[in-house]
Design a protein around this ligand. Sequence first.
Ligand SMILES: NC(=O)c1ccc[n+]([C@@H]2O[C@H](COP(=O)([O-])OP(=O)(O)OC[C@H]3O[C@@H](n4cnc5c(N)ncnc54)[C@H](OP(=O)(O)O)[C@@H]3O)[C@@H](O)[C@H]2O)c1
Length: 274
Amino acid sequence: MSDNEIGAVTEWMKDPTKMFDVSGQTAIVTGASGAFGRGIAITLGAQGANVLLASGNEDELKSVAKDVEGVGGKAAYIVRRPDSLEDAEAMREAALDNFGSIKMLAIGSGYNKAGFIHELEYEDWQDVMDANVRGAWFMAKAVGSYWIENDIKGKMLLMSSVRGRHGNISGYTGYCASKGATDAMTRVLATEWAKYGMTVNAIAPTVFRSNLTAWMYGDDELGQATKARSLSRIPLGRLGEVDDLIGMALYLLSPASDFCTGQVMYVDGGFTAG
Ligand SMILES: NC(=O)c1ccc[n+]([C@@H]2O[C@H](COP(=O)([O-])OP(=O)(O)OC[C@H]3O[C@@H](n4cnc5c(N)ncnc54)[C@H](OP(=O)(O)O)[C@@H]3O)[C@@H](O)[C@H]2O)c1
């Protein structure tokens, strides 16, 4: 951002699109086969960024890579989920091999297994915590170390949920706990890394259409009840679509958000306001 005397007309005021310029920069996007990961990857690609796509599904990654390149970005992919520090480091190295540096990290990977606690197996609870919390921690460690060593003011985006703040009728002891932990990790990393000029923020959506929520859009009784309950509490009167989220993602990954860190940004049609 430019130095700003009172009354000055700054470069960004004259052309606000410059605030969102990520062209030539490189992002790692985990969960790139999913609704949000894919949407964020294509959005960054359309802005001229290089994107290292990661997930466990090679066919989907190939297809998303084509989409990123189709809008003018550069894409490479690695078939890995952030299951271990080694996986996270492999993603970092793949990004560096392909593009030479990393500026942005978007955690689009995540998982839910709903189930009432008296019926849910401990292992199912742990899988949710591992996918949503441990995976983000591994990615932060692998990429954050690189940013610190190379004096790069990196930008990290985590994916939380309104469920980090609200409970749910549908057996979400794993999911809600994992998103509450995501919010906490966002704030901790933001404060820990502020001295390096790095920013860390999270987006907290309400229900959006994706594979993760497909069970709410079908015949499942609990799914229908969960969706109806969410919808009834959204003042804007509808559920989310990926387009509703990509503007916030670009803001949080671009210079426009350089003075914003440690925040959980609710993209929820007003759900948490009411
Ligand atoms: N959609 C919503 O309503 C909503 C609302 C609030 C928050 N969120 C959060 O947003 C993030 C993305 O959700 P989405 O809606 O885009 O879901 P999605 O379409 O189902 O995508 C999930 C992504 O995560 C990966 N993944 C699935 N299980 C995983 C596991 N156990 N470990 C690591 N990676 C795994 C999948 O990749 P592969 O299977 O190819 O590896 C996929 O790329 C999640 O953190 C989710 O909790 C979603």
